[in-house]
Design a protein around this ligand. Structure first.
Ligand code: FAD
Length: 539
């Protein structure tokens, strides 16, 4: 076919081409299709936004549609009769052309991408499909080429890929563990540091463990009203020591974000999905340093408080001692008045005087009893507090050969309380346990301290391997100045458990000596868990 007689696709060429079908699409023309006018097919091709060309067996161009001119810059007069290789940019590897020809000459459809050059010289990336068409004898008679310029699409794809790679490498290089979760708490994305948490914490999915711990403190994290940009910052989660592992601290931050659904069915009604980016920063080293300093401060504070308490106990003990004979004097005076005993008036006067002086002394002593300073109530993590008390008592445990078994609940909710009082409470119970074991005959000296959550209560169990408290004394030990330790050398004033019960009551808690625990003694203390939405922020 010459260049001049093929400037446009005449009806005869179109009819010839339509009588042959692309291989693979060789379906019998239905009577309906045959009844359609030929001009309709020609218009369809001409109006197609895809660049379409029809060539002979050697890729010489017989027909182009207007979209071909638009994409390549070549008009009919310039390109008809020319070979498709006019479009070729030599930067396409030869192998691509080899594959292309190998496929189409084997009567198969070829699809691929190659670099083309427009008439004006600019390169563009073409996505090309070539379909061979067969004649009656089954030989290739023509090829149909369909291509579109996908340069912009490719650029966008590459840019997204590059950005993804950049974000992934930044996230992976971060020293903070990061994980993205959907509303069903399914992990969508994570980084290297997060993967390391798996092995370090020995938890099948650390993110779920952290979410559970955070929800204990803040309540439900996900809410329907959650909108883009909502976040929480630096919420601290403590992971208790177990086995050979030490206690770890993590600072958790979360950012909620939404993503538009990319599915076709949500094109008209935009659907969104909610995600949470959770960052988990290991702050164990900072917290250990802080804790060391804090323990030093606490040691001084506690020594001061104990000093105050011993003065209180001494004075209250003295008042108790004075109170007893004074009550007897009161009773004697009352008896003398009742009997109208006038004979012993000088004795009555003396007794009245002693009583007056005694009451004055009691009042003076009462004024001297120092108050233990009140401290503000705040959310307290009992695991943390008990851990501090154990550190404070370390020396004592070593000296007395006491082995401590620490069994904390890994995720313990906070309670509302005064830290200094609670610290005194536990220190008292631990001191009592060590003293009791020193008195006992058993060689085994062990204290087991456990925490757990039970029916909305945060429970602490302190058990020792000492001689235990006999059943008939179990209520009395909470009475003032009652002590199970008798005889010379007794250093106990019998006010320790009075203080313990007072502190438990102030915290709306309960304390009991476990009736079923033996041998030894176990105190069960429980406090209502904190139900507020208060979150402790550690900046
Ligand atoms: P060429 O010398 O043309 O060919 C390179 C290799 O291709 C040869 O070594 C040979 O192995 C094989 N080859 C070439 N012609 C034939 C043949 N008739 N039979 C068997 N093998 C053959 N190329 C583009 O770059 N851009 C396009 O948009 C494009 N569209 C095409 C559309 C159609 C319908 C067809 C049939 C081909 C199209 N081609 C296109 C391929 C084009 O014809 C060239 O093969 C290609 O451009 C390479 O050109 P070249 O001059 O570098 O090498």
């Amino acid at each position: 076919m010459s260049k001049t007689d093929s400037h446009f696709l005449d009806h005869q060429v179109a009819a010839d081409l339509l009588s042959v079908m692309p291989v693979g699409d060789r379906l019998p023309l239905t009577s309906d299709l045959k009844s359609l006018p030929m001009s309709l097919f020609i218009k369809t091709v001409e109006q197609s936004p895809i660049a379409i060309s029809i060539t002979d067996r050697k890729a010489n161009i017989l027909y182009i549609n207007p979209a071909f001119t638009e994409v390549t810059g070549y008009s009919e007069t310039e390109i008809l009769g020319e070979n498709e290789s006019r479009l070729s940019d030599k930067s396409t590897p030869r192998q691509v052309y080899y594959d292309l020809w190998h496929t189409i000459s084997g009567k198969q459809v070829w699809q691929g991408r190659l670099i083309n050059r427009r008439k004006q010289g600019q390169r563009y990336l073409a996505e090309l499909t070539i379909a061979p068409m067969l004649d009656e004898a089954g030989r290739v008679s023509h090829y149909i080429g369909m291509h579109r310029d996908i340069t912009q699409l490719h650029q966008d794809e590459q840019q997204i890929k590059n950005q993804k790679q950049l974000i992934e490498s930044m996230i992976n290089a971060s020293s903070v563990a990061m994980v993205v979760l959907d509303r069903e708490q399914k992990i969508i994305l994570d980084n290297q540091m997060y993967k390391m948490l798996h092995t370090e914490l020995k938890h099948p999915e650390p993110a779920l463990f952290f979410l559970q711990a955070l929800q204990h403190e803040t309540g439900e994290l996900w809410s329907d009203e959650q909108t883009l940009g909502q976040s929480f910052n630096n919420l601290e989660v403590r992971v208790e020591a177990s086995g050979a592992r030490t206690t770890r601290w993590f600072s958790c931050s979360g950012n909620f974000f939404i993503e538009n659904d990319t599915q076709a069915d949500s094109f008209f009604s935009q659907q969104t999905k909610q995600y949470l980016l959770l960052s988990i920063n290991d702050i164990t080293r900072q917290r250990q340093q802080q804790e060391r300093l804090q323990i030093q401060v606490l040691r001084n504070l506690l020594a001061e408080e104990e000093h105050l308490r011993s003065i209180r106990e001494t004075l209250l003990g003295a008042m108790h001692q004075i109170g007893q004979p004074l009550n007897q004097i009161k009773a004697a005076i009352k008896l003398m008045v009742q009997r109208n005993d006038t004979e012993n008036q000088p004795l009555r006067d003396l007794l009245n005087q002693v009583q007056r002086m005694g009451e004055e002394t009691l009042a003076t002593l009462g004024r001297c009893v120092p108050e233990i300073p009140e401290s503000a109530e705040m959310p307290v993590n009992l695991n943390q507090l008990l851990h501090e008390v154990m550190l404070l008592n370390n020396q004592k445990f070593l000296v007395n050969g006491v082995v401590v078994d620490w069994l904390p609940d890994p995720v313990l909710p906070s309670i509302l309380g005064a830290e200094n009082k609670l610290r005194m409470l536990f220190k008292q119970l631990i001191d009592n346990a060590v003293n009791a074991m020193n008195r006992g005959s058993s060689n085994e000296r062990g204290i087991t301290i456990s925490t757990l959550v039970q029916h909305g209560w945060v429970c602490v169990l302190i058990a020792d391997t000492g001689p235990g408290i006999p059943v008939h004394q179990r209520n009395k030990v909470f009475e003032p100045f009652y002590t199970t330790q008798t005889g010379i050398g007794s250093s106990q004033a019998g006010m320790g458990l009075v203080m313990v019960r007072e502190i438990v009551n102030q915290h709306r808690g309960l304390i009991e000596i476990d009736p079923d625990y033996s041998p030894g003694c176990r105190f069960n203390i429980r406090f209502p868990r904190q139900h507020s939405m208060t979150v402790t922020h550690h900046e």
